[in-house]
Design a binder for this molecule. Structure first.
Ligand SMILES: [Zn+2]
Length: 240
């Protein structure tokens, strides 16, 4: 019997044959609804977080197909499948029904400020957590767990904190758009237009200055080196 990765492949690329062994594994090491793909010449393994186990096969196949699109660049670009649409729909929806259970008090204050100023106080509160002290990823919104994560590096600047929070809240508001080729666009024109409404037009400039200064004082180069050693795996799926 074919496993779901094989089913995903043959539905996405009818008439093609996979030269690699296609495997699926469920892992408890991932956070909510995360997934990735690793491969060599001989095999390709799709690793899905444990929560995916209870999700229907159609949606899992859609997830695997979305990952395949990023990997099989040498094959002719396929048509989007219904499973991929189901998957997209699922990902955008899962976070909505999850009440916030992790809310950091400092980020909470920040969220309330921004919510009041730009969203009329109407945005429902997601989980709000600090991430690592990263200079690269200042903030992320994870659809699946409904979580905004902010880099610790912004901790001592309220304006910049509000700015990055605003950006991530816009991801929650706008979600994302997937075109026929399966590419997802997170920063659409509508998104950018909203983003321009931020109170301080010089905020980008201030942000880069702030980060430059921080880098000087922090041991940033060491951290950057250690990041680069990471295993080659495709992911960053729910992030924008
Ligand atoms: Zn973004």
């Amino acid at each position: 019997m074919r496993n779901i990765a094989q089913l995903a492949f043959y539905e996405l690329y009818p008439g093609e044959r996979s030269t690699r062994e296609l495997k699926v594994k469920f892992s408890r090491a991932f956070k909510s609804y995360n997934a990735n793909v690793k491969y060599t010449r001989d095999w390709m393994e799709f690793k899905l977080s444990y929560e995916w186990k209870s999700v229907s096969d159609e949606i899992k196949i859609g997830l695997i197909q979305s990952l395949m699109l990023k990997v099989f660049r040498d094959l002719p670009r396929p048509e989007r499948t219904i499973n991929m649409d189901l998957y997209d729909h699922f990902v955008k929806g899962i976070g909505e029904y999850r009440p916030a259970t992790r809310v950091d008090p400092v980020l909470d204050e920040c969220f309330e400020r921004v919510n009041k100023k730009y969203f009329g106080g109407f945005m429902e509160k997601p989980n709000l957590v600090w991430g690592l002290e990263s200079f690269f990823k200042l903030g992320t919104y994870t659809y699946a767990s409904n979580t905004i994560t902010i880099s610790k590096v912004l901790e001592d600047d309220e304006l910049l904190l509000d700015y990055v929070m605003y950006h991530e809240m816009l991801h929650k508001k706008h979600k994302y758009y997937t075109n026929k080729a399966g590419q997802s666009r997170h920063h659409t024109a509508a998104f950018r237009k909203d983003e321009d409404a931020f109170e301080d037009p010089d905020v980008e400039e201030k942000l880069s200055r702030y980060l430059r200064r921080k880098r000087w004082s922090a041991k940033a180069p060491e951290r950057e080196r250690s990041r680069k050693k990471k295993v080659k795996s495709l992911f960053d799926w729910f992030f924008g």
